[in-house]
Ligand binder design. Structure first.
Ligand code: 3PG
Length: 211
């Protein structure tokens, strides 16, 4: 299954943020146990690359992408360490170019029509919509989707159990991303059951939202 099909069937892409590869691995197992088998390991800690490598290498049931990728160098390192896709908070031509060279999907963050148009003209068919709730939520997304008719969106930022169904009910939405599935306090406390519970809840909401 290609990554886009996988995202569409998963519908929810959790963020994994960890300082310790063992924690990233446990978090991945917990998410997969709840039914979520694709995740972004975010480049927000000093050991993010080690975490990505560990998840990609040790958790066969999880398809790991790299998130919060800001530079082409980070994109190269992420791909060298097992990332199957790249997610960025913004749209950067050099990051997109690295992903394209490696034939790997890239989902850059966009918020305005100009950014979506730029992504379209770089040949992308799917973008992240970030920060989704602050950038106008579902009405803004519908307005963008009405003009960029072939574009698919991944709303992320402020998405949670309360608005997940609303975002997923927009036909142009491929999947939603978010950190709510891996709360820092639960992960720090080793409460991985909580992660599994949140993942299962999201799977259930997503099923209801889209049938
Ligand atoms: C991201 O990197 O995509 C965002 O930090 C996710 O936003 P959230 O923490 O509100 O889910």
């Amino acid at each position: 299954m290609n990554i886009s099909d996988l995202l569409e069937s998963s519908r929810v892409v959790p963020l994994i943020q960890a300082d310790d590869p063992a924690v990233a691995v446990e978090t991945s197992h917990a998410l997969a146990a709840g039914g979520l088998k694709v995740a972004e390991v975010v480049f927000r800690t000093d050991r993010a690359l080690d975490c990505l490598r560990a998840v990609a290498g040790e958790v066969p049931e999880m398809v790991a992408g790299a998130g919060t990728v800001l530079t082409s160098k980070q994109a190269e390192s992420a791909l060298d360490n097992g990332a199957k896709f790249i997610v960025s908070p913004g749209l950067d031509d050099a990051v997109v170019a690295v992903a394209k060279e490696h034939n790997v999907p890239v989902y850059p963050g966009t918020m305005t029509p100009s950014e979506v148009q730029h992504a379209f003209n770089l040949g992308l068919d799917t973008v992240k919509f970030f920060p989704a709730s602050i950038a106008g939520g579902v009405p803004a997304l519908k307005a963008l989707a009405s003009v960029f008719r072939s574009m698919q969106f991944m709303p992320t930022g402020g998405v949670g159990p309360g608005n997940l169904a609303d975002f997923l009910s927009v036909p142009a939405v491929l999947a939603c991303g978010g950190s709510w599935l891996t709360p820092a306090d639960a992960v720090a406390a080793g409460n991985f059951d909580k992660v599994t519970e949140l993942a299962a809840e999201a799977v259930s909401i997503a099923r209801t939202a889209r049938g």
